[in-house]
Design a binder for this molecule. Structure first.
Ligand code: CA
Length: 231
């Protein structure tokens, strides 16, 4: 376990839960260099305790861990109504499938091997999306009302629990009703990076949003192009 004092770091504490010391070290060094405080846990059974104790700004969660695995950690966190941004680190496609199946918890994910720089960019993106809500009047598209100031999404006064990423994706689409965004545009404008391989991330989050919003979802798939929010 390696910890750096939270207060000496301006950009917030990131908890890394990763059992491979070499990966944990590279991620820790890169995050520290980017101005984050970092704490590393190597055993899954200690993750939830560390999250409650340290209240990190974001969590980088390896899926394959000794003890409780990353998916279960995230599931319990969300069941506890803790919406701290979670960025998953996966080793295989079937792990991505499990995260997709979770339909809630993930704000983003990267697949090993990943570049430390990309991971830092993703963490920064997740945190920017979580904290960067501008003041604005609530917007309505179809049956969905989105209040960007309070970061609330409702339909007939029923509130939906969305992750920071789901919220930002929906807000981005709803800002220009009827306009079709390509996956690449959404990735670059919502996630803040561009990557052809990463466009599946967009599909995953649209699927999660639709699962949560149900019949009220205003998101339309434009085949071969991308997505739009429509009345
Ligand atoms: Ca692992």
């Amino acid at each position: 376990m390696t910890s750096e004092p939270r207060d000496s770091r301006a950009r917030g504490l990131v908890l890394i839960v990763e059992d491979e010391p070499a990966i944990a070290d590279v991620v820790r060094l890169n995050l520290a260099k980017a101005g984050y405080g970092v704490h590393v846990e190597q055993h899954g059974d200690r993750a939830l305790d560390a999250i409650r104790r340290l209240r990190p700004a974001a969590i980088i969660l390896d899926v394959g861990l000794p003890g409780m695995d990353g998916v279960e950690i995230c599931r319990r966190l969300r069941a506890d109504d803790d919406w701290t941004p979670v960025l998953f680190v996966t080793a295989r496609d079937d792990e991505v499938d499990r995260i997709v199946g979770l339909e809630m918890g993930a704000d983003d994910y990267v697949t090993k091997p990943f570049s430390p720089r990309e991971l830092v960019a993703r963490v920064t993106g997740v945190l920017r999306r979580t904290h960067g809500a501008p003041e604005a009047a609530p917007q309505t598209v179809g049956r969905i009302v989105l209040d960007a100031t309070r970061r609330r999404v409702t339909s007939d006064d029923v509130e939906f629990n969305l992750t920071a990423t789901e919220f930002d994706l929906l807000a981005h689409l709803m800002r220009k009703p009827g306009r079709v965004f390509t996956r690449e545009q959404l990735l670059s404008e919502v996630w803040g990076y561009s990557s052809v391989a990463g466009t599946r991330t967009v599909d995953v989050h649209v699927a999660q949003l639709r699962a949560k919003l149900g019949d009220a979802s205003p998101i339309r798939t434009v085949r071969g192009v991308g997505y739009a929010a429509e009345n």
